[in-house]
Ligand binder design. Structure first.
Ligand SMILES: NC(=O)C1=CN([C@@H]2O[C@H](COP(=O)(O)OP(=O)(O)OC[C@H]3O[C@@H](n4cnc5c(N)ncnc54)[C@H](OP(=O)(O)O)[C@@H]3O)[C@@H](O)[C@H]2O)C=CC1
Ligand SMILES: N[C@@H](CC(=O)OP(=O)(O)O)C(=O)O
Length: 343
């Protein structure tokens, strides 16, 4: 078993980490960290548990420790991070300097030249950038990121379309309230309403997509030159980001070709990787958040509604934002790091 620690374990994403890791066949939770106000408390007191399954017995009485490399056991091999991005950079660097491999969900440094930004089914080979990172930064450890939840929902579908000559993408999102965290939007703001702005989200989709679809040439990532333009909206669903995508392609695939490309897009042989990665629907009113967010245990991407339009091929896609879009994505990256010998 690989011994793991979770940084920010009491938070919304941290609780999803606990849920996923407590039943994981390869990972064993060795330490839970949070802010100084939680350190010293048993986990069930420090965390206001809000996940829809009971708090796992194995962590209930575990003492939460400070988010500091000296506070976790030496035999930890892998560190998952879901800290607020305002504190994550300083803290994650400290862990990497101390020799830990960090699989992080926080948004800082996702675009950095020497930080692998990885979806295992899309660009597993970008992990080799760790060698460059270690040379640049003098770390024994390593820092690996997963993308933003909206980006991770769309990019597998774009990856499936690259053989048709992906030139330009427009996307409009309908993002669940859990993406903003438990206290992110109040009920008075979101009920009977849609908020057509999520700070920083559009830029993240536009840049992270190009890095993920890029090629690693042995020393750097050559970002894909597709133009991505995003418009992001908060809607009153609890979990599951639904996205309307228009993809302009240089070739002219049929609608059947598009469905076939989605269905044939390969998965990975990793515990948390769903197979198929992309589940498709013929019904024009699917996917829907309430019906389809738990496909592949919350790790699959659902796609449907493919049609030809003057603005390109249009379709809808959906993924669970706190599983595939956050904790599950980091856990999957952890499985890839373990399989490929980086721990
Ligand atoms: N919510 C979501 O769906 C998604 C969130 N993310 C990203 O994941 C990260 C975490 O988000 P979320 O779980 O919603 O955030 P929360 O605010 O719910 O949780 C934050 C966690 O970090 C801890 N923490 C806060 N400040 C410090 C500090 N100074 N030092 C050490 N630990 C600290 C908190 O501990 P304590 O309980 O003691 O305060 C808590 O465990 C963010 O970067 C967010 O952008 C990414 C994708 C989706
Ligand atoms: N901004 C996302 C959630 C999030 O925290 O994203 P990031 O991991 O890029 O910080 C949402 O609101 O749905």
């Amino acid at each position: 078993m690989t011994r793991v620690a979770v940084l920010g374990a009491t938070g919304a994403v941290g609780q999803r980490f606990i849920q996923l890791l407590s039943e994981h066949p390869e990972f064993d939770i060795a330490a839970l960290t949070a802010s100084s106000s939680s350190a010293g408390k048993p986990y069930h007191e420090a965390a206001k548990w809000r996940v829809d399954t009971p708090i796992p017995e194995a962590v209930r009485d575990v003492e939460v420790v400070e988010t500091d490399p000296d506070a976790i056991p030496n035999d930890v091999d892998l560190v998952f991070s879901s800290l607020p991005s305002s504190v994550a950079e300083r803290v994650e660097h400290g862990f990497c300097e101390a020799g830990y491999v960090v699989s992080s969900n926080s948004s800082n440094e996702r675009a950095a030249e020497d930080v692998p930004l990885v979806i295992p089914e899309v660009n597993a080979e970008h992990l080799d950038l760790i060698e460059v990172q270690r040379d640049n930064r003098g770390w024994d450890g390593a820092l690996v990121k997963n993308p933003n939840c909206s980006t991770i929902t769309m990019v597998p579908t774009l990856a499936a379309l690259t053989d048709f000559g992906l030139e330009r993408v427009h996307v409009s999102t309908l993002q669940a309230v859990s993406g903003a965290g438990y206290s992110g939007v109040t009920s008075m703001e979101i009920l009977d309403n849609v908020i057509p702005y999520i700070g920083g989200e559009e830029e993240k989709m536009e840049t992270e997509s190009r890095k993920l679809l890029g090629e690693f040439d042995g020393s750097e990532i050559r970002w894909h030159d597709v133009d991505v333009s995003a418009s992001c909206n908060r809607v009153a669903t609890l979990d599951g980001h639904l996205e309307n995508v228009w993809a302009e392609l240089s070739e002219n695939p049929t609608i059947a070709d598009i469905y076939e490309a989605f269905e044939a897009y390969p998965s990975q042989e990793l515990h948390s990787a769903p197979d198929p990665l992309i589940e498709t629907f013929d019904e024009p009113d699917r996917p829907q958040p309430r019906l389809d967010r738990f496909l592949g245990d919350g790790m699959a991407v659902a796609a449907g509604g493919v049609q030809e339009t003057p603005a390109g091929i249009q379709y809808n896609c959906l993924a669970h934002n706190t599983i595939r879009g956050a904790a599950g994505a980091s856990v999957l990256n952890g499985e890839l790091l373990a399989r490929d010998g980086w721990l």
